[in-house]
Design a protein around this ligand. Sequence first.
Ligand SMILES: *[C@@H]1O[C@H](CO)[C@@H](O)[C@H](O)[C@H]1NC(C)=O
Ligand SMILES: *[C@@H]1O[C@H](CO)[C@@H](O)[C@H](O)[C@H]1NC(C)=O
Length: 118
Amino acid sequence: MNLIFILSCLAGVSLCFEVHQSHSDLITVPGYKVQIFCTYDKSDYRVMLWYQRPPGDTAMNLIGYLNFKDPTMEEKYKEGFNISGDLSVNTLKNASLTITAAEEKHNAFYFCAASRAQ
Ligand SMILES: *[C@@H]1O[C@H](CO)[C@@H](O)[C@H](O)[C@H]1NC(C)=O
Ligand SMILES: *[C@@H]1O[C@H](CO)[C@@H](O)[C@H](O)[C@H]1NC(C)=O
């Protein structure tokens, strides 16, 4: 069984307080798909970044980011992860990180952050 924790915000890059994640923590079973949603209501923030922090580690690794509708994945996360959503809307923005098939190695803290267009 995997434990995936999702914390709500990341200082520095973004507007932590505006960002809401769908789960504060999540337990899943190996092999299952996991989709985490992150929403916020801030019209000119059209980039959503996702980070992973392994347990016991202080490094915050960028998984990738969504720019409007276009995902860009970091090399290390191209396999097994997906980012999707539409940040071009002017209503509540809602995008997600998907782990195609959860594995033990995915046990981590996940963070989402919003940023202005780059
Ligand atoms: C990511 O999404 C694309 C397009 O929806 C899909 O073709 C691909 O298989 C997905 N990759 C993973 C790792 O889920
Ligand atoms: C975000 O989108 C997902 C899938 O479409 C939906 O289930 C979820 O309720 C949405 N979240 C909010 C806060 O609208």
